[in-house]
Write a protein that binds this ligand. Structure first.
Ligand code: UD1
Length: 182
């Protein structure tokens, strides 16, 4: 999805995220000379994610399960795709937005540009967690409003902010599998 694809928030959380962009656009209109940049983080993961909370995203949920000796539980068939972006890349995207030579007010995807299935992510974490870690389990089901695939075009951020994610999926997941949680 490019940033100018029609927005279609499916639940309260998604709707409030879009609302924040609208509020920032109002601020910009009321304060001439300001530039409003919205960074649309995709599925962030990395060291010091919180453990044992449903609110931090699937990477942290799976990592917490492995820590407890339990299998990551895959909804649907595990084939749903997301763009998992490492927290260090997210930090770099923020710096790029703050220091871009002539930024224009608009939204930017902050993504790795290489989507993976949730099943692949669970498999990579289990494999790197260590010998004896349980394999992911497909449990089916879904949450109300879940979207099957969410993948982002990284092109605008590359062209206008000179931002490209640097951490590969394999390296990032290998590190995250054994990184401390908070
Ligand atoms: C994220 C938000 C969600 C918001 C949506 C749209 C978080 C944690 N989630 O959802 O609130 O509505 O963006 O902006 O911020 N999954 C499993 N097993 C689990 C948990 C999740 O298989 O135990 C799967 C889900 O089916 C989903 C995928 O993992 O396909 C990703 O889930 P999640 O990390 O919650 O992120 P989003 O769905 O992208």
């Amino acid at each position: 999805m490019p940033e100018d694809a029609p927005a279609d928030p499916r639940n309260v959380y998604a709707a409030t995220k879009l609302h924040q962009e609208h509020l920032v656009a109002c601020y910009e209109r009321e304060h001439p000379g300001t530039v409003a940049i919205a960074l649309r983080y995709h599925n962030v993961y990395g060291p010091r994610m919180p453990r044992d909370t449903p609110y931090a995203g699937v990477a942290s949920i799976f990592r917490s399960a492995l820590e407890r000796g339990e299998a990551p539980r895959l909804f649907e068939d595990g084939g749903q795709r997301r763009d998992f972006v490492h927290v260090h890349d997210v930090a770099r995207a923020n710096l790029a937005a703050l220091t871009a030579p002539a930024p224009e007010s608009r939204a930017f995807n902050v993504a790795s540009g290489t989507p993976h299935t949730v099943g692949e992510m669970a498999g990579a974490l289990s494999a790197a967690f260590g010998a004896g870690a349980p394999d992911p389990e497909v449990v089916g089901g879904y949450r109300l409003g879940d979207v099957r695939h969410v993948v982002a075009s990284p092109e605008r951020a590359a062209a206008e902010l000179d931002y490209r994610a640097a951490v590969t999926f394999d390296d990032g997941m290998r590190e995250f599998a054994v990184a401390p949680l908070r």
